[in-house]
Write a protein that binds this ligand. Structure first.
Ligand SMILES: NC(=O)N[C@@H](CC(=O)O)C(=O)O
Ligand SMILES: [Zn+2]
Ligand SMILES: [Zn+2]
Length: 438
C-alpha cells in the first residue's frame, strides 16, 4: 500500500511531495516530481501543512486500575484526534509500574492503543529494579519527589539510588520536581469549603509554592550530576525551574496548561484547575511562554491527567489533581502559529523532533525519508472552538473550553490512518499501536 501526499507544505515552509510506502516515508521530493501512477492513493495537500506526528512524552492513560477515568482505547483515540502519534505512559497506575510484571501487564493493555506508545518504569519503596530494567522501558519516571496523584513521593536516599541505577542502565530519569518541605500549609488552611467551580483553588497555587519547584529541580540536578544520569524535568511550571534545568544542561518540559492558563483562570475553573505543579501567576506564565517560544524549553508534553467530573466536583482539599490535554496540545500550539506568537518549526521541534532526540526514538519525529510515516495533515486557515463534548477522552471535559484551535484533518501512525476528519463524520483506525522500544 502506498500513498502520495502532493503539494504538502512542511514545517519549514518548503512545498514537497511525500510518498508513504507501507509504514515508512519512502520519498520526500520537490512538488510535482513524484509520479502519481506509482501510488495506490493520492492526498492533495495543496495549501495545507504536513507535520510529523506529535510525541507526547507525558500522559496518564490510567490502566490498569483507573479505567473509569481513561483507558488505552479512549486515551489513544483522543491522542490521534489531536495529532499525537506516540504517547509515553507514566507509572502511577494500580498496580504502579514498578516491577517487570507490572510493565508486562501494561504493555498487554496497551494493545488497545491506536497510537504508538512507550511505557515508563516508576520508583517506590517496593520497586524491583532488576526485573524492571529487564523490560523494554521508555525511561525511568516520572519519579515523584513529592506526592501527587497515586502518592508515589519518595525519600532522598531512594531517589539517589534510583538515579544511580538509571545511569548504569543508560536510561533517562524524568522527575516530578516539587519539595513538600517548602509547601505553605497555612495557605491551604485558609481555603474555604467551596466545591468544584466554587472552590478557592488559588489556595492550591499558594500552597504548592514556586520555591518548592525550584528547590526540587536543584536537588534532582545535583543528584544527576553526582551519578552522570540524564535528568529530564517534567512539567516545569516556573521560569526559575526552567532556567535551573537549562543552566545545568538538563532537559525540561512544559505543559499546555502552564503555557496557556494562570491563577487568573482559577475563578472560572475551580477544582478543574487543580493540578501539580499548580497554575502560577500571569507574570510567571508569560515568562514560561517566552522560554517555550525562544527554545529554552526542550519539550511541550501534556501531563494528560484525566479525572471524572464527579471526582473533580469536590473541595479544593479533596479534589484529585490533574487535567486532560492530549487532544488539545497540538491544536492550541498551531493556533499560536496562526497568531504569529510561535514559529511552526519551533512547534515541530517541541512536540516531535526534540522528544525523539532526548529519549532516543530515531525513527520518529521527522518528515524524512526512512522515518516512520507518523504524519499529521492540518489546515492553518481553519480553526474550531474547543468543546469538552467534542473531545474523545473518557473524562469528557477540558480546561480549555471555548478557545479556538487548529485540529488535524488526518493523522497517520506508521502509515495507518488513525484519525480522519475529512468526511462528514470522523473516522478512527484500528488498534495498531506498538511499543516504540521494539
Ligand atoms: N499532574 C497532576 O496533577 N496529576 C497527575 C500526576 C502527576 O503528574 O503529578 C495524575 O496522574 O493525575
Ligand atoms: Zn507529575
Ligand atoms: Zn504526570
Amino acid at each position: 500500500m502506498s500513498t502520495l501526499f502532493t503539494d504538502a507544505t512542511l514545517a519549514d515552509g518548503r512545498v514537497r511531495d511525500v510518498l508513504v510506502e507501507g509504514e515508512t516515508i519512502a520519498r520526500v521530493a520537490d512538488a510535482g516530481t513524484l509520479d502519481p501512477a506509482d501510488a495506490h492513493e493520492i492526498v492533495d495537500c495543496d495549501g495545507r501543512h504536513l507535520l510529523p506526528g506529535a510525541i507526547d512524552a507525558h500522559v496518564h492513560f490510567r490502566e490498569p486500575g483507573f479505567a473509569h477515568k481513561e483507558d488505552w482505547h479512549t486515551g489513544s483515540r483522543s491522542a490521534a484526534a489531536g495529532g499525537v502519534t506516540t504517547v509515553v505512559d507514566q507509572p502511577n497506575t494500580d498496580p504502579p509500574t514498578v516491577t517487570g510484571a507490572a510493565v508486562d501487564e501494561k504493555i498487554d493493555l496497551a494493545a488497545k492503543s491506536l497510537v504508538d506508545f512507550g511505557i515508563n518504569g516508576g520508583v517506590t519503596a517496593d520497586w524491583d529494579p532488576d526485573s524492571l530494567f529487564e523490560r523494554p522501558l521508555f525511561a525511568l519516571g516520572e519519579v515523584f519527589l513529592a506526592d501527587s496523584t497515586g502518592d508515589m513521593g519518595i525519600e532522598a536516599d531512594l531517589f539517589a539510588d534510583a538515579v544511580a541505577r538509571a545511569a548504569a542502565e543508560d536510561t533517562v530519569v524524568t522527575v516530578h520536581a516539587e519539595d513538600a518541605d517548602l509547601f505553605d500549609r497555612a495557605a491551604l488552611e485558609r481555603a474555604g469549603d467551596g466545591v468544584g467551580r466554587d472552590a478557592d483553588v488559588d489556595a492550591w497555587s499558594a500552597y504548592r509554592t514556586a520555591e518548592a519547584e525550584a528547590a526540587a529541580v536543584e536537588r534532582a540536578l545535583a543528584v544527576g550530576a553526582d551519578s552522570g544520569a540524564a535528568i529530564h524535568i517534567a512539567h516545569t511550571s516556573t521560569p526559575e525551574g526552567i532556567d535551573a534545568a537549562g543552566d545545568a544542561g538538563a532537559t525540561c518540559e512544559v505543559t499546555p496548561h502552564h503555557l496557556f492558563l494562570s491563577r487568573a483562570d482559577l475563578d472560572d475553573l475551580g477544582t478543574f484547575g487543580r493540578m501539580n505543579p499548580p497554575l502560577r501567576s500571569e507574570e510567571r506564565r508569560k515568562a514560561v511562554f517566552e522560554r517555550v517560544a525562544d527554545g529554552t524549553v526542550d519539550i511541550v508534553a501534556t501531563d494528560h491527567a484525566p479525572h471524572t467530573r464527579a471526582e473533580k466536583d469536590a473541595s479544593v482539599r479533596d479534589a484529585p489533581s490533574g487535567v486532560p490535554g492530549v487532544e488539545t496540545m497540538l491544536p492550541l500550539l498551531l493556533r499560536e502559529v496562526r497568531e504569529g506568537t510561535l514559529d511552526l518549526e519551533r512547534v515541530r521541534d517541541l512536540v516531535a523532533a526534540n522528544p525523539a532526540a532526548i529519549f532516543d526514538v530515531p525513527g520518529k519525529g521527522r518528515v524524512a525519508e526512512g522515518a516512520d510515516a507518523d504524519l499529521v495533515l492540518v489546515d492553518l486557515d481553519s480553526t474550531r472552538e474547543i468543546r469538552g463534548d467534542d473531545l474523545h477522552s473518557k473524562c469528557g471535559w477540558t480546561p480549555f473550553d471555548g478557545r479556538e484551535a487548529v485540529f488535524p484533518e488526518l493523522t497517520l501512525v506508521r502509515g495507518h490512518v488513525a484519525y480522519d476528519a475529512r468526511g462528514d463524520d470522523e473516522a478512527f483506525g484500528d488498534a495498531i499501536g506498538e511499543n516504540v522500544r521494539r
